[in-house]
Design a protein around this ligand. Structure first.
Ligand SMILES: Nc1ncnc2c1ncn2[C@@H]1O[C@H](COP(=O)(O)OP(=O)(O)OP(=O)(O)O)[C@@H](O)[C@H]1O
Ligand SMILES: Nc1ncnc2c1ncn2[C@@H]1O[C@H](COP(=O)(O)OP(=O)(O)OP(=O)(O)O)[C@@H](O)[C@H]1O
Ligand SMILES: [Mg+2]
Ligand SMILES: [Mg+2]
Lengths: 226, 226
């Protein structure tokens, strides 16, 4: 369960205060499937980085499962993050000289759940269509293949919540359908899925569509997937 | 004018020969507007890197403006590339600790055409909607903003040909329309535009749509833009 009240984020740049998030009020319950849309530069990734405990708000209230991340030490924040959140970054953020298989397995090294990790990493890579590319590092993978490695990695620790930032930006229609089926399947088991997208046919899979414009939520409506 | 005959590209990986392009026959004339589509991992970026003189084929014929790039020294290939081709990379490839403005201006440093470069870089950044983000480095730009810096940079040297690899993957509808208007405008002045996309509404702007599947062209059809 995530709650935000009057959440703000700003940067001090060149001596000026640049306000990115201007007061976000938001509640997302466990098990929801939410799509976040909005213009380029409107603050979607900034918000998702805060929800994923990768960044802190400048002001406002933010609670995740009745814990206030702002009051935690960096270590405790990292611990909660690695167990609770699976993150798919907009730019993938894979380790460069590391195979697809080792990239996917990485999250299990942080939480110490090594026992089934080899099987699980292989199953996840096969589920995203990369069974024959496991030993390729990012430089030997296409853009969409790297994106799918990042998606598999986000699911490694079986987190309660998956945050995916533009997860289908580099995928053709068929790969996109396979990935959205994966997210829908996860959500059907009770996981919370929050994804940022600019593609309406991706947002259509969600049961709730939030639109952000210029750092504020301008609409928040239920959606019935086709 | 680009001509390819039985163009192949393969990699030796783990002792095995992995064939990516399996015999591409293709002619693209000056001034065409071409979209290349196809599944993730089918070889689109690999082909575009060869057409953009950033990589060499393993075998087959390849000519650009009656020059055979394979017979050139690296230096001469770089010279022709910097004057002839504007490239928008799938992962943007911006310089990290460098402002948007300096990133856009960079190509003019290679060709020595500095005189108008300051004005031109500013005009291009304004044309892609980033007039108020010129001094931000990539880490202070959103994904779609970085993509638009890469698009502006590709146009800096006013090249004869623009190769754009998934140029709208991180853009919302309005930004996408603005960028496609920019490409269409360039093409109307006689520049060749070749773009890779998986979005049908982006490919619709082109007058020719080529589909690649598993390293081969499976269809090559004219298209009438709406
Ligand atoms: N350096 C390399 N060594 C080995 N294989 C490679 C290398 N670079 C790319 N590949 C493989 O070549 C194939 C084609 O890659 P390419 O990047 O051209 O695909 P693409 O059509 O652009 O895909 P996408 O739509 O996902 O960007 C992929 O299966 C990839 O794994
Ligand atoms: N470190 C930073 N310092 C200053 N400004 C920043 C920083 N990071 C992001 N910004 C600015 O914050 C705004 C929002 O960025 P954000 O990445 O959240 O946008 P977005 O909605 O995800 O856009 P996109 O759809 O293009 O990915 C942008 O205008 C960007 O320039
Ligand atoms: Mg973003
Ligand atoms: Mg590609």
């Amino acid at each position: 369960m995530i709650t935000c009240k009057n959440l703000k984020k700003s940067y001090l740049i060149g001596g000026e205060n640049l306000e990115i998030l201007k007061g976000i009020d938001l509640t997302i319950s466990q098990g929801e499937f939410v799509a976040i849309m909005g213009p380029s530069g409107s603050g979607k990734s900034t918000l998702m980085n805060i929800l994923g405990l990768l960044d802190v708000p400048t002001s406002g209230e933010f609670h995740i499962n009745s814990v206030t991340p702002g009051s935690l030490t960096d270590d405790n924040m990292a611990k909660i993050r690695s167990r609770t959140v699976g993150f798919v970054f907009q730019q993938f953020n894979l380790l460069a000289r590391t195979s697809a298989f080792d990239n996917v397995q990485l999250p299990s090294l942080y939480t110490g759940t090594r026992r089934h990790s080899i099987h699980r990493a292989k199953d996840l890579l096969t589920a995203v269509g990369l069974g024959d590319r496991m030993d390729h590092p990012p430089s030997q993978l296409s853009g969409g293949q790297q994106q799918r490695v990042a998606i598999a990695r986000s699911m490694m620790n079986d987190p309660e919540m998956i945050l995916a930032d533009e997860p289908t930006g580099n995928l053709d229609g068929k790969s996109q359908t396979e990935i959205m089926a994966l997210f829908s399947g996860l959500n059907a088991t009770g996981k919370t899925v929050i994804l940022i997208t600019h593609e309406a046919d991706v947002a259509a899979y969600a049961r709730r569509i939030i639109t952000i414009r210029d750092g504020l939520i301008v609409s928040d409506v239920p959606n019935i997937p086709p």
